[in-house]
Design a protein around this ligand. Sequence first.
Ligand SMILES: NC(=O)c1ccc[n+]([C@@H]2O[C@H](COP(=O)([O-])OP(=O)(O)OC[C@H]3O[C@@H](n4cnc5c(N)ncnc54)[C@H](OP(=O)(O)O)[C@@H]3O)[C@@H](O)[C@H]2O)c1
Length: 368
Amino acid sequence: MNSEELILVTGATGFLGTQLVRELLDRQPHARLALLIRGRPDQSGHQRADLIVPPDERHRVQVHSGDVGQRNCGLETTAWQRLSAETTRVIHSAATVRFDHSLDEARRINVEGTRRVLDFAVGMRQLRSLAYVGTAYVAGERSDLVRESELAVGQSYRNTYEQTKAEAEALVRSRLGSVPGVILRPSIIVGDSRTGVTSSFKMMYWPLKIYARRLWRTVPGYPDAVLDIVPVDFVAASVARLVFDGTALGSTVHLCAGPRGSATIQQVARRAAEYFDAPEARYVDPKLFFAAIRPLLFISLWGRKRRVLRDGRAYRDYFTMRMQFDTTNAERLLEPAGLRPPPVLDYLDRLFHYCVASDWGRKPVSAQ
Ligand SMILES: NC(=O)c1ccc[n+]([C@@H]2O[C@H](COP(=O)([O-])OP(=O)(O)OC[C@H]3O[C@@H](n4cnc5c(N)ncnc54)[C@H](OP(=O)(O)O)[C@@H]3O)[C@@H](O)[C@H]2O)c1
């Protein structure tokens, strides 16, 4: 049935994209993939694809050098024409996930890149579906239960990433009349729930590392702040499933742990304290910390602790979040297929284990 499927994937070289490509190759044994990959000065798109696609699968993977930040996604005319004629599904996962980009730079990739992919998709003669990978954090600074149908409700954003992903999602929503699309919103993606393996040590991993190494134990936040994380295997399997689900078209789906599966900062910190044999975390009111304590510490601390103080600022919002993500659409669409995110506390130890085994991403870990 899938012999005619050609799935165009952007962001294939990323943390999620790498796992997604493997998932698509496994689950859709007759489908072909077209990967839009940026070349690097020292590595062509093909060389980068070779690191992701196993040799015995390369016959069904096309690699196209491209950049969603450029006109026509940076594709050569022949590639554009071929993909316009043959693509049946699009998964747009490419984005800049940096929090410190200027608004212009983040918009260039996240908003204008999405616009280019949508413009491309409109002209695809055989297109059956487009899955847009957004983020649950388009909810910005909300502190209530976020429904999948909601987008802009007057919230403000913590950074240019959240803002531009919200703008991009609004754009996708505005095109759903002309493009058969589904919007998928993961929360914070972490390592594989079965093995703990991750290629990305950003987000939750940095605060965890400094805590595990006993460099810091003061949390400028609330013990009951919500930590909604989802393992990359669940997110990749869900994206690969939903892009083929005609009943999902037009929906927005939270790929999140949700109120039942998420944990509090205190629960996670206690588990980490046990695992890493670290002292219990201390909680300080964040307003007091940033207004009075941090400036004083900045004067009195030197070396690593001062660097922790400086770098930790980027994570401040993750210790104060109280919003929860409603997962009604996700349960309706994914549970019949046996896909449900594992509760955060069920697989934390495996994530910790991989952090230690890989020395927080510094050394390779042989497959077990
Ligand atoms: N990680 C999370 O916790 C998380 C949570 C929620 C949602 N998401 C969403 O999931 C998606 C994937 O995130 P990720 O964590 O896998 O990020 P990532 O590891 O940084 O990967 C981003 C991917 O996008 C590609 N890309 C960036 N700019 C591009 C451009 N101008 N043209 C073509 N490709 C470009 C990157 O290519 P290069 O390799 O060439 O840089 C890379 O393949 C994003 O849409 C993100 O918003 C992520």
